[in-house]
Design a protein around this ligand. Structure first.
Ligand code: G3I
Length: 347
């Protein structure tokens, strides 16, 4: 049978997964390694390129796991999405503590950020296809205040100007990588109050960056969905990708998974035939993949983990418990979502 990566190639589409390095190195789980190698043409480090992993102690970088991800990808003939240079989460404790206790002021913080971006992007210069330069900078309508705004640690301390700075510093350090802004809840325009439309806010933000000559090449739509929220339409999602492309930007789906509430009368382990959640999950994968296939500038379609055995969802959503978000079950059996992706890619 043809792999996802082989079928994707027919369309010039790279099909990717986030990689959990602990699972990749687990001798008891050869299937994990085989599926990463055989099914995907691009990989993203799920955690090991984040700041807390790279620089747990100030001034001492530990490149081992990130280097290994890059080397494995090279062996497998895969492109690497670098994730992530600037994010408010998974920051090292020395950094957040230093800011909290006042030993790092905002002037120093800005130069620490510049140094970090320069160090990481330079080390992997020429080896990263797409960098997530800035991740999740924008609030959601359910946040407080509900009016959309630049959120989180970096905006609070440096103001929104850090976004443009980050792209400029990344470009200087690695002129070869495609530089992406990456976020969730931007799959479609007009879902909700138009005055509070996150996709529109991100669109205006990247348009503004381009107008000021900031080096940004793409927008990554994460694609973390849930079956309890229903489906988008393919045309709605394709339209969003197309509007970003109209600015001259590439796009990509960067972290796709579709979770379900396990308590909705359906349990993990139910067969596909009797489990409507698995079908609903598959239907959402289908919508996002069809939209990406319809947009020539949608470069890659990456799932955020490929097996329910190693997925961030159960550890994050436990009340009520959620799961079943990926395309293989916990025993590495392909699910309906995997078959649907293949069917989409065959034509
Ligand atoms: O490394 C420690 C380990 O030493 C410890 O034993 C274990 C016990 O909890 O925790 C481990 O750290 C966990 C880390 O993943 C590595 O597995 C953290 O607790 C856990 O919070 C962390 O979760 C990650 C999450 O980002 C953190 O924000 C998920 O794996 C990762 O999938 C998730 O990925 C994010 C993207 O980067 C950005 N977009 C959203 C996406 C989903 O949240």
């Amino acid at each position: 049978a043809q792999s996802l990566r082989a079928l994707g190639q027919r369309h010039g589409l790279y099909v990717g997964t986030a990689v959990d390095m602990a699972a990749l190195n687990d001798a008891a789980e050869p299937r994990y390694r085989e599926i990463v190698r055989d099914e995907f043409s691009t990989v993203t480090a799920e955690n090991v390129m984040k700041w807390e992993s790279l620089e747990p102690t100030r001034g001492t970088y530990d490149w081992s796991a990130a280097d290994e991800l890059v080397a494995t990808a090279r062996r497998n003939g895969q492109k690497v999405r670098g994730h992530v240079l600037v994010w408010h989460s998974q920051l090292p404790k020395w950094l957040t503590d230093g800011v909290a206790d006042g030993s790092i002021d905002n002037t120093e913080l800005r130069s620490i950020l510049r140094q970090h971006i320069t160090t990481v992007a330079s080390r992997y210069r020429g080896k990263i296809w797409q960098w997530d330069v800035v991740n999740e900078a924008v609030s959601d309508p359910w946040d407080t205040p509900s009016t959309l705004h630049y959120k989180g640690f970096w905006a609070e301390h440096l103001g929104p100007g850090y976004v443009a700075d980050a792209f400029r510093w990344a470009r200087a350090a690695d002129p070869t990588a495609l530089l992406f802004y990456n976020d969730y809840n931007i799959e479609a325009f007009g879902s909700g109050d138009p005055a509070n439309d996150k996709t529109q806010f991100v669109y205006d933000m990247v348009k503004g960056l381009l107008a000021r000559g900031v080096p940004i090449d793409g927008v990554g739509s994460q694609g973390h969905l849930g079956t309890q929220y229903g489906n988008y339409d393919t045309l709605q999602v394709a339209d969003a990708l197309h509007r970003f492309a109209g600015l001259g930007l590439s796009t990509a789906f960067t972290e796709v998974d579709v979770r379900s509430r396990l308590t909705d009368g359906v349990q993990a382990g139910d067969s596909e035939e009797i489990n409507p959640r698995l079908q609903a999950s598959a239907a959402n994968f289908h919508v996002l993949l069809q939209a990406c296939l319809a947009e020539p500038r949608c470069l890659s379609f990456t799932v955020w983990g490929f097996t329910d055995r190693h997925s961030w969802v159960p550890g994050t959503f436990d009340d009520p418990p959620q799961g079943l978000a990926t395309i293989y079950d916990e025993n590495y059996q392909p699910k309906r979502a995997y078959q649907v992706m293949k069917a989409d890619l065959i034509y």
